[in-house]
Design a binder for this molecule. Structure first.
Ligand SMILES: Cc1ncc(C[n+]2csc(CCOP(=O)(O)OP(=O)(O)O)c2C)c(N)n1
Ligand SMILES: [Mg+2]
Length: 355
């Protein structure tokens, strides 16, 4: 005989379509008009900050940068669902989450100017620094979630990984560990269809990335990652039940521009693909909804952009006054500075390198 011993399916959720129409059954009851306006503002703020860093980078005033353009709904929708005491563990592209969780804007610009001092997380900001080695943030997230559970705290850890990052061993290991120990951990897969020049299609033969959770005994869902309301709802629902275990949320979104400022996507993908995704722009969709309800108009839009521009310019000006201390290259590397580094530091002092 042959019996089925296991069956599973993956659901896809969208609450707001590309024209701003809402599925009333799924719309979260607690989401007020003011909250939606705030989500819309945060998405615009993230996009404006992103454009600013890109422009600074092109002028030689910022370092290599990974833009978030197109991924605002995934980042702000999930950030907005998090509670203050929840902990955020990013990779290198979640600028929108940092900003929505009120990371100091001048420190943000400082880091992307190339100064590690900007990556020093202020006390009370529940998040880890930017992590570039792909998926290495995930075992840390699992460890944090384990510690919350061990200490009997009710906080949830929300971590982010790209589509490419789901091919790493660290992803499978973190899923497995959090499934076994039923950790309060939410994995947000930011499936932006590309891992530098490697397409989602070539990344894995799996039909969805969400289904990778199944083998670890973890619930998962796929959501429209350009629909801020769907991402908010999926994250909120997952946080609410995180005391009983982890959850994987695959957000279907699109990286609208280059991987980083060192990349040229025209070498490996067609403009027609990018154009097709422009119609699914997460900001336009929410704007259509708010305007259709009489909650937003052109005056609100220009006032918002003016206020954001001022806030951004002030923070850039502050970040650009920063004077690095060259001696800081010796700090925070070893618990005790080895003699060879002490000698180098001394040599620098003798030669006035630090003046
Ligand atoms: C362990 C490791 N391998 C390779 C790289 C180089 N690298 C940086 S980002 C990236 C692709 C990541 O793609 P994805 O996980 O989809 O995230 P996205 O950049 O699309 O947000 C690679 C290969 C790295 N940083 N770390
Ligand atoms: Mg990707």
């Amino acid at each position: 005989m042959i019996n089925d011993v296991f069956k599973a399916d993956i659901k896809y959720m969208q609450v707001m379509d590309e024209s701003g129409n809402i599925d009333g059954e799924l719309f979260p009851k607690e989401l007020t008009d003011n909250m939606l306006i705030e989500i819309y503002r945060q998405m615009n703020f993230a996009r404006s900050v992103d454009a600013k860093v890109l422009s600074l980078q092109r002028q030689g005033r910022a370092a290599t940068y990974a833009p978030l353009l197109g991924q605002e709904a995934t980042q702000i929708g999930s950030a907005y669902a998090m509670r203050k005491d929840d902990f955020f563990v990013p990779n290198f592209r979640q600028h929108g989450v940092y900003l929505a969780r009120k990371f100091p804007l001048d420190l943000f610009f400082l880091y992307w100017r190339g100064f590690e001092e900007g990556n020093a997380i202020p006390v009370g900001f529940n998040g880890t620094p930017v992590t570039v080695p792909v998926s290495t943030q995930l075992p840390h997230a699992a460890g944090l979630a384990y510690s919350y559970k061990y200490k009997g705290l009710s906080s949830t850890v929300v971590t982010y990984v790209g589509d490419g990052g789901t091919s790493e061993g660290d992803f499978a290991e973190s899923l497995n560990f959090s499934g076994v120990f039923k950790l309060p951990l939410i994995f947000i897969i930011e499936n932006n269809q590309w891992a530098i020049s490697e397409s989602r299609k070539k990344q894995t033969a799996a039909g969805t990335l969400a289904q990778k959770a199944i083998a670890a005994g973890i619930d998962s869902i796929q959501v429209d990652g350009n629909d801020a309301i769907a991402v908010y709802k999926a994250t909120k629902d997952a946080i609410e039940k995180s005391a009983s275990g982890p959850m994987v949320i695959e957000c279907i979104t699109y990286r609208m521009t280059m991987h980083t400022t060192s990349d040229d996507p025209s070498k490996y993908r067609d403009q027609s693909e990018v154009d097709a995704w422009k119609r699914r722009d997460p900001i336009i969709r929410l704007s259509l909804y708010l305007r259709s309800k009489g909650l937003w108009n052109d005056d609100n839009e220009s006032e918002m952009h003016n206020a954001h521009a001022k806030q951004i310019d002030d923070a850039v000006a502050k970040a650009e006054t920063f004077k690095p201390n060259p001696k800081s290259i010796f700090e925070n590397v070893f618990e005790f500075t080895p003699n060879i580094l002490k000698d180098e530091e001394q040599e620098g002092i003798s030669n006035n390198f630090w003046q």
